[in-house]
Design a protein around this ligand. Structure first.
Ligand code: THU
Length: 142
């Protein structure tokens, strides 16, 4: 199975339907595309203790790493919005913590994935290295 920009965005959109976001009612889906053609998705997971919320990208990275995906991360799609209007507003860009989480996964496969941030009128296409320049990663510890 393989993926392209549009199928990755569609996978993220599908993932957003699984969001558990009863507090913010802001549903986000993320899809990670790997060089071997595989795709891992995630949705945001909130908690009654609000600050414990997990973003969609972080959930996806956690799924990928815990299921032993170690391939080259080549693409990331992120989409979000108010319940019932996912993808209807401005592009959703990964928060700072998620950029760091994505960087770890990218570093394992020595890649600089393209991140597509999907909005109603535009899809931002950004290298992860542009979103998180001079990142601290596994190599920083050696
Ligand atoms: N959220 C994500 O899942 N990803 C992002 O990139 C930005 C924010 C989630 C966290 C929280 O559940 C909700 O969106 C509102 O901040």
């Amino acid at each position: 199975m393989s993926w392209n920009r549009d199928s990755l965005i569609e996978a993220a959109r599908q993932a957003a339907t699984k969001a558990y976001a009863p507090y913010s009612r802001f549903h986000v889906g993320a899809a990670l595309g790997f060089a071997d053609g595989s795709v891992v998705t995630g949705a945001n997971v909130e908690n009654a203790s609000y600050g414990m919320a997990l973003c969609a990208e972080t959930v996806a990275v956690g799924k990928a790493l815990s299921e032993e995906w170690r391939g080259k991360l080549e693409g990331v799609a992120v989409i979000g919005g108010k319940a019932g209007a996912v993808g209807a507003g401005d592009p959703v860009t990964p928060c700072g913590r998620c950029r760091q989480m994505l960087n770890e996964l990218a570093a394992l496969g020595d890649s600089d994935p393209t991140v597509w941030c999907v909005g109603e009128d535009e899809v931002l296409e950004l290298a992860l290295s542009a979103l998180l320049p001079r990142a601290f990663g596994p190599d920083s510890l050696t």
